[in-house]
Design a protein around this ligand. Structure first.
Ligand SMILES: Cc1ncc(COP(=O)(O)O)c(C=O)c1O
Length: 493
């Protein structure tokens, strides 16, 4: 050993036994944390003194794990967004599960790189994709990939669709100055914001994205879609892909996916479905009819971290035609040679299906969730959430100081507090204030949207911990805070 070299070090613990003991304590604490979540406020703001404490310089010198863990429990753990709480219904966030937490621990202990290779994690991801394809009614051989979330999944789906239907080799030529027809994508005006980013990134641009108007139930107007496709063809543009929604972000509307599938088939267009949360409604027997046609999509993007209750991140892209999927993302790099045997067997299997080369072990939490809960659990709990949404909508309809602002086809309820004599603008301000109070008092976390220009308190239920009484409490609280803020003096219930 050369005497002038510093001693070699590793980043493993110097004392494995005290590490083990602290690890056990952390696990114990987290189990208690999950078990007692209902007893805490849904949310509280990060106090200024905590922000100040976290505003530290780069820690050049080591600190004991125990000290760092204490800081975590004091300064970080008490200030979550709140999405694991039974009364969190903001945006479309998921709750996660205790089994999912353990799976994440196991996955990060193994810490595999899942771009491919001959390893258990790769076998498991392919199995999980096959299960998900089967559950949603896609044929054997459907291709797919676990990704960060529906934004990425939808981007990948549209990329495959663009390349498959462009009529020229987009990968070789690019879109810039190609001299080819402008490529057009169609989606309802209720489609989530991922689509504008996707069109930017795919070179389609905002000009290539046609927003199609919706009917009063917030589903795409098929005749308007057909007209837009016709007009574009007549003007020399090239219609390429249609995006259908299974569960729109505002109200949870599901387009007539069977009609869209038929239309795309007849017109030679790629049919992509954004099923971010709504796709999994197809697993609930009572809700499946509304999602019919989803299984005919060329590609579908959805999340398991929303209505599948799996911890973040767990997005999924399925593509019916594996060749088209690989044709969009496949690459051959000499330094990633497929040896046919050994570790480097199919080293790029997953990397050739998306944009990530280095990727983690997302499959384990999905595999463990499905095996421990049973696949039918998703449909049951999703149906429970839809029953809760209907219960809340009923309460709103019955209360003269509350108003339902949109239909409730699935799990999203848009409501507002109202008082006679107040204008829409005054009601917007009042309801905005009610929403903030609900959040800041830690009672519940809905989010907001605008329905026909009016401010709505929006309750999106993708939460396996919510119970009917949580929604009764929400109704009582909205009314009580509304009266309080409006200065109404009444003792009426
Ligand atoms: C309908 C819809 N599509 C896409 C997305 C984007 O999903 P993610 O946040 O997983 O990227 C969302 C997110 O709420 C959504 O509701």
């Amino acid at each position: 050993v050369a005497p002038h070299l510093p001693p070699e070090e590793s980043l493993d613990p110097a004392d494995w036994e005290s590490f083990r003991a602290l690890g056990h304590r952390m696990l114990d604490d987290m189990v208690t944390y999950l078990r007692t979540v209902r007893e805490r406020k849904v949310w509280q703001a990060v106090p200024e003194e905590v922000r100040a404490r976290l505003d530290e310089p780069v820690p050049w010198d080591p600190a004991p794990l125990e000290t760092v863990y204490d800081q975590f429990t004091r300064d970080i753990l008490p200030y979550p967004t709140g999405n694991i709480h039974p009364r969190f219904w903001g945006w479309v966030l998921g709750t996660g599960t205790p089994v999912g937490m353990l799976a994440e621990l196991l996955a990060s202990a193994m810490n595999p790189l899942v771009s491919g290779h001959d390893q258990g994690a790769a076998v498991l991801e392919r199995r999980v994709i096959a299960w998900l394809a089967e559950l949603l009614g896609f044929p054997p051989g459907t291709s797919g990939l676990l990704v960060s979330g529906a934004s990425e999944a939808n981007l990948l789906g549209l990329a495959v669709g663009r390349n498959a239907r462009a009529g020229f080799d987009v990968r070789a030529e690019g879109l810039h100055g190609s001299g080819h027809q402008a490529l057009m994508i169609y989606a309802s005006e209720q489609t989530h914001g991922w689509i504008t980013k996707a069109c930017d990134l795919l070179g389609i641009g905002r000009r290539g994205l046609r927003w199609i108007p919706v009917a009063p139930d917030h589903t795409i107007r098929l005749e308007a879609l057909a007209r837009a496709v016709c007009e574009d063809r007549a003007a020399g543009r090239r219609p390429c892909c249609v995006v259908g929604n299974a569960g729109t972000v505002n109200v949870g509307a599901t387009d007539d996916l069977a009609a869209l599938a038929g239309f795309c088939h007849d017109e030679g267009l790629w049919f992509h479905v954004d099923g971010a949360f709504g796709a999994l409604a197809a697993l609930a027997p009572a809700l499946a009819p509304a999602a019919r046609g989803l299984e005919r999509a060329d590609s579908i993007g959805f999340d398991l971290h929303k209505w599948g209750y799996v911890p973040y991140e767990a997005g999924v892209i399925l593509v019916r035609d594996e060749a088209a999927h690989r044709a969009t993302f496949g690459e051959r790099q000499s330094y990633l040679h497929d040896a046919g045997r050994g570790v480097a067997r199919q080293p790029l299997y997953f990397a050739d299906l998306g944009v990530q080369l280095s990727r983690g072990f997302r499959a384990l939490k999905i595999w463990m969730s499905l095996k421990t809960q049973g696949a039918a659990s998703w449909g049951r709990v999703i149906e429970q959430n839809v029953r809760q949404a209907r219960h809340l909508a009923d309460q709103v309809r019955r209360h003269e100081e509350l108003e339902l602002l949109a239909p409730v086809p699935l799990n999203i309820v848009c409501l507002r507090y109202r008082l006679p004599g107040l204008s829409d603008t005054e009601l917007d301000g009042l309801n905005q204030a009610i929403l903030i109070e609900l959040q800041e008092r830690g009672i519940a976390v809905p989010s907001s949207t605008r329905i026909d220009g009016r401010f709505a308190i929006r309750v999106a239920i993708t939460n396996h911990r919510s119970r009917l009484e949580d929604f009764d409490l929400l109704v009582r609280s909205v009314v009580a805070i509304g009266r309080e803020l409006a200065g109404v003096t009444t003792s009426a219930g």
